[in-house]
Design a protein around this ligand. Structure first.
Ligand code: ADP
Ligand code: MG
Length: 243
């Protein structure tokens, strides 16, 4: 069984055709990078996986559960599949530690002590333990993003989705965030990462998916060959612009 399976998935926003006949499977432990021009449907693809957008037709199975079935609880899916956004979305009136303990105590019913212990060890892993009592507004973008990643991990998800996690950061902050993501990937986390960081993709991805105009044009498990010479002309053009 694949963790995630798209079968003939279509997504429309009104008359706009945002995802076109998507057929993809994602397996446990895979690190997949999704690339493509702006407006190609990358965010929409990610957002359908944790139910932030509903598909229009076709089937999307998460651990064999159809996302559109009445029995499927989106809250359960979101517990299991975390998402890290471009704009961190930390709670501004909560400390770093509270940002991380909130969902585990409220949603997983962990005790405050358990949640705080886990949060501290995660903050240590992302290099942010010394800021545990700070408020988000006092942190740099890169620091906030590392806290957001720790917050995602605190739910012990089966998979993490990243939607351009470094696109809003000053260049000098990007490396620290990518290093944290590399570490998580090497520890075996299942990840789908939308990014323009091609060096990260080359170094970390098991697989690269290229999208354009709502379609998956390439899906390659040979990441190095893909970057040396993509098969599709539009992928070649895209790579030559961004690398
Ligand atoms: P990407 O992440 O690759 O830049 P998106 O998935 O965000 O692309 O968007 C794909 C297309 O769908 C874009 O043309 C965008 O304008 C459109 N789109 C995305 N979300 C909505 C929405 N909520 N309503 C209408 N159009 C949308
Ligand atoms: Mg996007």
């Amino acid at each position: 069984m694949s963790m995630i399976e798209f079968k003939n998935v279509e997504k429309y926003f009104g008359n706009f055709h945002a995802l076109k006949n998507i057929n993809l499977t994602f397996e446990k432990g895979e690190v997949v990078v999704v690339i493509g021009p702006s407006g190609s449907g990358k965010s929409t693809l990610l957002r359908t996986i944790n139910g932030l957008e509903m598909i229009t037709s076709g089937n999307l199975l998460i651990n064999d559960q159809d996302i559109r079935s009445k029995q499927t609880k989106l809250t359960e899916i979101r517990k299991n599949i975390g998402m890290v956004f471009q704009h961190f979305n930390l709670y501004p009136n909560k400390t770093v530690l509270e940002n991380i303990t909130l969902a585990p105590t409220k949603v997983l019913n962990k005790s405050e002590k358990d949640a705080a212990d886990t949060a501290e060890s995660l903050l240590d892993r992302v290099g942010m333990l010394d800021k545990k009592d700070s408020y988000p507004s006092t942190l740099s973008g890169g620091q906030q993003q590392r806290v957001a990643i720790a917050r995602g991990l605190a739910m012990q998800p089966e998979m993490l989705l990243f939607d351009e996690p470094t696109s809003a950061l000053d260049p000098e902050m990007i490396g620290d965030v990518l290093d944290v993501m590399k570490k998580i990937a090497h520890e075996g986390m299942s990840m789908i990462v939308v990014t323009h960081e091609m060096n990260f993709a080359r170094e970390v991805a098991d697989r690269v998916i290229f999208m354009a105009d709502g379609e998956v044009l390439e899906d390659s498990h040979d990441v190095e060959s893909f970057f040396k010479k993509p098969k599709e002309v539009r992928a070649q053009q895209f790579i030559s612009k961004v690398v």
